[in-house]
Design a protein. Structure first.
Length: 276
């Protein structure tokens, strides 16, 4: 090869063993054969099974038994059709509303009577989720936390958004909270109640890699899981991405089911949870 040819040659990959951010060839060899799809979901309320599944949220939730889940932690995508070539563009607001209705209806079905849902969202769709959740659940609180890396920003030159919302809703008014059953959403000592402004969690540990997606701060997930579930309870994340909820569920001794429609994200979640 001429000197000129040598100089012009460039490798296709800077790291040939890095197939996807966070995944290597060895990871693919280990986790790809273990991938489970929606067809592998076969459960009854008496025989539940932990697992991470290659499935969209609606297909996955429809496979879960009635009244089988203790806690759902969800951060819905802004556009579920993103990356799906045959959809012909983004969802309209009406389509997005109807899509959210469907998975929330299924969430209500699979939650136990003492179960809860925490829905994480930005300010832009927070009002919509308040209305939607009211159709299927008892809304207990809107939690606000300081998210300095919030991506849902208005146009330049006006107020920067540094807050995110977490809607806390329950199947009934008899639900688990702070490791004890709370009737009607009231406690005996109101002075000891935690507030719905989580000012002590001011930094997000979100990994801002275009392909890694969003990682929810572990402090927030720890607080939610410890407040609204017991050890060995069942937790579901219908929009799992890279598996943050699954990681914290495993650390806190809960049982976890996650759905993710992107295979690369699923593999990364499998790796992260396996190594926890």
């Amino acid at each position: 090869m001429s000197e000129q040819g040598k100089e012009s040659f460039k490798p296709l990959f800077t790291n040939p063993l890095e197939t996807y951010p966070g995944l290597t060839i060895n990871d693919l060899n280990r986790y790809l054969p273990a991938v489970q799809t929606v067809d592998d979901i076969s459960m009854t309320s008496e025989q539940m099974k932990e697992g991470l599944f290659l499935a969209n949220c609606l297909d996955g939730l429809q496979k879960l038994p009635d009244r089988s889940v203790d806690l759902v932690i969800a951060e819905p995508p802004k556009d579920p059709w993103d990356g799906i070539d045959d959809r012909g563009g983004r969802m309209t607001l009406q389509e997005y509303y109807q899509w959210n209705e469907k998975w929330l209806e299924q969430t209500s079905r699979v939650l136990k009577s003492t179960g809860s849902i925490y829905l994480i969202c930005g300010w832009r769709y927070s009002g919509m989720y308040h209305a939607l959740l009211s159709n299927y659940f008892n809304i207990q609180s809107r939690i606000t936390w300081k998210n300095n890396t919030a991506k849902d920003q208005p146009r330049l030159g006006i107020w920067k958004n540094v807050l995110s919302d977490i809607w806390f809703a329950t199947k009934t008014n008899e639900f688990m909270f702070n490791q004890k059953k709370v009737l009607g959403g009231s406690a005996s000592d109101k002075k000891s109640n935690p507030t719905n402004f989580w000012a002590d969690i001011i930094e997000s540990t979100i990994v801002e890699d275009n392909k890694l997606g969003k990682n929810k701060p572990e402090q927030i997930l720890n607080r939610i899981i410890n407040m609204s579930s017991f050890k060995l309870n069942w937790i579901v994340d219908p929009f799992m991405e890279s598996g943050c909820v699954g990681v914290v569920s495993k650390k806190t001794g809960r049982r976890f089911i996650g759905f993710e429609s992107n295979q690369d994200q699923l593999l990364l979640a499998m790796k992260r949870i396996d190594q926890t």
